[in-house]
Design a protein around this ligand. Structure first.
Ligand code: AMP
Length: 208
């Protein structure tokens, strides 16, 4: 059975962490003109930061790296490349977490080459110092031991993927009690959505 430490993050934590991150940006004196949200993880934090910092211009870059919960592609890439003129602008690139740091490295390099901004800084809610190759200019929480953070915008996708991992390892997911036991045993936390509801949704999606 897979052993992956999973930590469920609440909506309230996301708001608190985003506000905390905004304070650090304000304290540094950096005046942000444009936020680039890395999709999809940076979308919600970007919107909260934009509100707190008073930033009207929020755009997005779709980076593909971790395609499935706790399983990643070897290489990060920009899925829908485009160019835009940000000359004279102070840019903030935002993501939820820096794990390998590849998404931020790629997005920063891409924005520098294609958007021509005055300055680029980066911000994440969390950084895993043990694993990242790149530490963002601003972050709110430093994570010492690697875990998969189940953010509230990802509950359905993550729980479904984690159930699939159990199925692939031989757990009989038709037996709800066995599934529940195996889930907690493998991931060290309870699912934020009832597993019987998840199974119904997997059936609806044709993934059961
Ligand atoms: P990175 O490895 O820094 O390029 O991470 C890319 C993206 O994958 C992040 O923006 C998250 O959306 C997601 N991700 C990577 N590692 C984790 C993790 N430990 N917990 C939750 N999401 C993660």
């Amino acid at each position: 059975m897979p052993k992956i430490p999973v930590r469920v993050v609440s909506w309230q934590e996301i708001v608190d962490w985003s506000y905390g991150l905004a304070e650090r940006i304000i304290d540094s004196g950096y005046r942000v003109d444009v936020i680039i949200a890395i999709a999809r993880g940076g979308l919600v934090p970007s919107r909260i930061l934009a509100d707190r910092l008073g930033v009207v211009d929020v755009i997005s870059l779709k980076v593909e790296h971790w395609v499935q919960t706790a399983s990643r592609n070897p290489e990060a890439r920009i899925k829908y490349p485009y160019s835009v003129d940000l000359s004279g602008k102070n840019v903030l690139i935002v993501d939820d977490i820096a794990d390998t740091g590849d998404s931020l490295i790629l997005a920063k390099d891409y924005a520098k080459r294609n958007f021509n901004p005055k300055e680029i800084r980066t911000a994440t809610l969390q950084v895993i110092t043990q694993t990242t190759k790149y530490v963002p200019d601003y972050y709110y929480l430093e994570v010492k031991d690697w875990a998969w953070f189940m953010y509230p915008w990802n509950y359905w996708e993550d729980v479904i993927n984690l159930v699939k991992k159990l199925k692939d390892s031989g757990v009989n997911i038709k037996n709800l009690e066995e599934l529940k036991r195996a889930y907690v045993d493998s991931y060290g936390s309870h699912p934020p959505i009832d597993l019987n509801i998840i199974i119904d949704e997997m059936k609806r999606r044709g993934e059961f």
